[in-house]
Design a binder for this molecule. Structure first.
Ligand SMILES: [Zn+2]
Length: 147
């Protein structure tokens, strides 16, 4: 249990959730008050302005909240804010442990492939002795027979 999600990240996650909640309510309230004031054009101009403000403010809060929550959940590197694959891996580590190491396995696997993929070598089998020879070789390494 060396690596755990830090308190700061947990805090960011919940703060993001709260921001998203407020943003969502602000956004929804536009429709609710819009429906309530339907047909009432006495304060049309100020209503429209407040609706605009709440709609845009709500969307901005939703957006920021979502971003903050994502950072809290996956860490700065893990959520792609900081491009640092090594850090991302360690920040996502708690999740890979939760998923029974499946994600970690996938990352490890992809690392191996990203590392040094051996070039595909085509070999020719000698018809006499069965020795595998390089594609461009003219004679068998083992028995000297022409390939
Ligand atoms: Zn041979």
């Amino acid at each position: 249990m060396a690596k755990q999600i830090s308190e700061g990240r947990k805090g960011a996650y919940y703060a993001g959730m709260v921001l998203m909640g407020i943003g969502g309510l602000m956004f929804l309230s536009v429709f609710i008050t819009g429906a309530m004031n339907f047909g009432n054009f006495d304060n049309f101009e100020s209503d429209a302005r407040s609706s605009m403000f709440r709609a845009i403010g709500g969307m901005v809060l939703l957006f920021i909240g979502g971003a903050v929550r994502g950072i809290g959940a996956a860490g700065l590197a893990g959520s792609g804010v900081v491009l640092d694959p090594e850090k991302a891996r360690s920040e996502l580590e708690p999740y890979s442990r939760m998923a029974g190491g499946m994600i970690k396995d996938a990352i490890d696997e992809s690392d191996i492939k990203l590392g040094s993929e051996p070039e595909k070598v085509i070999m020719i089998k000698c018809r006499e002795c069965g020795k595998l020879n390089k594609e461009d070789s003219k004679f068998c390494q083992e028995c000297g027979k022409e390939l």
